[in-house]
Design a protein around this ligand. Structure first.
Ligand code: NAD
Length: 474
């Protein structure tokens, strides 16, 4: 049975929208329809799929303002909504380039046996389930769906039930492109809908929390289907004594508070060489104090509302725990309730250590704990002292100093002299390490290739018996 799910507005705290969550029967029906259409989609040359996705991009571009407005309503922030829609537009072009590369024709290749040559077919998983979170609702909805479609799979996509207001407009974009709706369905629903999608699909892409990721991996394992998981993070930044402290502070402030800190690859821990730690903290705190709340209008400032009351509670609990254990709040620190929305200004803390929850658990808020270190070995040890391994950042005056530290980070992507580059440079292949994820890269050509199985064709060219045939000696 379908069910209605109320949706809360993060700016007002009021429920002002609802979705119809699909049940398992409805999901199965859609997956069956997609599966029936997929062979002819996959049977077309990749140029056809690129052309269809290009028309989809045009449809998204035509609705750019509408999508930004709806994302603003979903999340309460403006600047990131603009970035999101624009990233989707450029992302379709980039993914199309990767697809062209993946499907570049390859002839028969020689093997170690002089009379055997080999080639292969790329066979797309028929139906891919894409399940996405609320924090970048549109971009993370499409980041896997677009490459999967280019690979030749059909896709059933379910964005988060917490930020679903953009779904009808996205469906309109799909409907405007001839043939795309046959292989691409965008559905509304919650965890139960997501679970049903895994049962009805041949591969699953999941972006979300570690806890749900574990349930998704388990369900996929039961069915022997691949699960590509992109999960949480606790990204560190290391700042050495030779770094340009002013630009490191600007980058880290942005990287910690982007999207109100609701970003998997946001900087959640900062380690600074003790010799420059005080100067760095002064610079960072001064810059943090100038960041504005996105209120009363979403476009008025940088920091939007905390997405839910539960998330605000997590931030408060982590701050209380840190302060109780001796941390000192240098800026921000108070959850402010304004017109029904909860806000936290950029919160810089010192006096932190790894006994504190906010140094160990994912925070997902605009909180910047800064800890001093003595020597590169200690910086690396502290940065790697986490169950997560999504990404990291290193700031130093020279590459000779930065790169050896970067190479020792136990994380899938390291930005040098900047932050969050992993999320902004689709060409850079990366994997998520440790509890931050599983499976092939969603960046670069593997973003497309991971939806393709390879069927090897092995051609014996010279006829006649082989020495190992039973009748070879006759
Ligand atoms: P979540 O795990 O609560 O939900 C994510 C999605 O999973 C939602 O669409 C939800 O409906 C669905 N879902 C819930 N239960 C399910 C089940 N049993 N089977 C299938 N689907 C189910 O995550 P969230 O709170 O929406 O997102 C925040 C988390 O996402 C954070 O941990 C963040 O770090 C992570 N994240 C990771 C990345 C990345 O690229 N690594 C990017 C963004 C967010």
């Amino acid at each position: 049975m379908t069910k209605q799910i109320p949706v809360r507005n993060p700016r007002t705290g009021r429920t002002d929208y609802e979705i119809t969550a699909l049940d398992a029967a409805a999901v199965t029906e859609i997956a069956d329809r997609l599966r029936a259409a997929q062979p002819s989609w996959a049977g077309q040359p990749v140029e056809h799929r690129i052309a269809v996705l290009s028309a989809f991009k045009e449809a998204v571009a035509r609705r750019r303002d509408e999508l930004i407005r709806l994302l603003e309503a979903d999340t309460g922030r403006h600047q990131v909504s603009v970035l999101e829609v624009d990233a989707v537009l450029s992302g379709i072009d980039r993914a199309s380039g990767f697809a062209a590369e993946v499907f570049a024709p390859a002839g028969l290749a020689a093997t170690g046996d002089p009379s055997v040559r080999t080639t292969g077919d790329l066979v797309a998983y028929p139906v891919v389930a894409a399940i996405s979170p609320w924090n970048f609702p549109l971009q993370l909805a499409l980041i896997d769906a677009v490459p999967a479609l280019l690979a030749g799979s059909a896709v059933i996509l379910k964005p988060s039930e917490m930020t679903p207001r953009f779904i009808p407009a996205l469906r309109e974009c799909v409907a405007e492109v001839a043939g795309l709706g046959d292989v691409f369905a965008v559905v509304e629903g919650d965890g139960a809908t997501g679970a049903a999608m895994i049962e009805a699909s041949n591969a699953v892409c999941f972006t979300g929390s570690v806890g749900t990721g574990r349930a998704v991996a388990r369900a996929a394992a039961e069915r022997f289907i691949p699960a590509f998981l992109e999960l949480g993070g606790k990204d560190p930044a290391v700042v050495t004594a030779s770094a340009d402290l002013d630009s490191a502070a600007s980058a880290i402030l942005w990287g910690s508070t982007i999207n109100s800190g609701h970003a998997c690859m946001s900087i959640e821990r900062v380690y600074v060489d003790r010799r420059v730690a005080d100067e760095f903290v002064e610079t960072l705190a001064a810059k943090a104090g100038r960041v504005r709340l996105a209120h009363p209008e979403p476009a008025d400032g940088e920091i939007g509302p905390i997405i839910t009351g539960a998330q605000a509670d997590t931030l408060r609990e982590q701050l209380d725990d840190a302060v109780a254990r001796g941390a000192r709040i240098r800026t921000g620190g108070e959850i402010e309730l304004i017109d029904g929305g909860s806000y936290l200004r950029p919160t810089v803390l010192t006096g932190v250590d790894h006994s504190m929850r906010l140094m160990r658990e994912e925070t997902f808020g605009p909180i910047i704990p800064v800890m001093a270190y003595d020597g590169a070995d200690e910086a690396v040890a502290l940065a790697n002292d986490t169950e997560f391994g999504l990404s990291a950042a290193v700031f130093a005056g020279t590459l000779e100093e930065a790169l050896p530290i970067a190479h020792r980070m136990d994380a899938g992507g390291v930005s040098v002299n900047d932050v969050c580059l992993t999320g902004m440079v689709p060409e850079a292949e990366k994997n998520s390490f440790k509890m931050s994820g599983l499976g092939a890269s969603r960046m670069g050509p593997p973003s497309v290739r991971r939806f393709l199985r390879r069927r090897a064709l092995l051609v014996r060219e010279a006829a006649g018996p082989r020495p190992w045939y039973y009748d070879a000696a006759e």
